[in-house]
Design a protein. Structure first.
Length: 41
């Protein structure tokens, strides 16, 4: 627990930070969270 991070969340039992982006921001919505993982191009 607490060692995983990504689209599956942080798996630390705290639902408030499950939408943490790779930059460390916490998004409020699913779409914004998923878009943070999109590859640039």
């Amino acid at each position: 627990s607490g060692q995983v991070r990504g689209l599956c969340g942080t798996f630390n039992g705290d639902q408030r930070d499950e939408f943490t982006t790779p930059e460390g921001d916490v998004e409020q919505g699913v779409a914004a969270f998923a878009n943070a993982f999109r590859a640039g191009g």
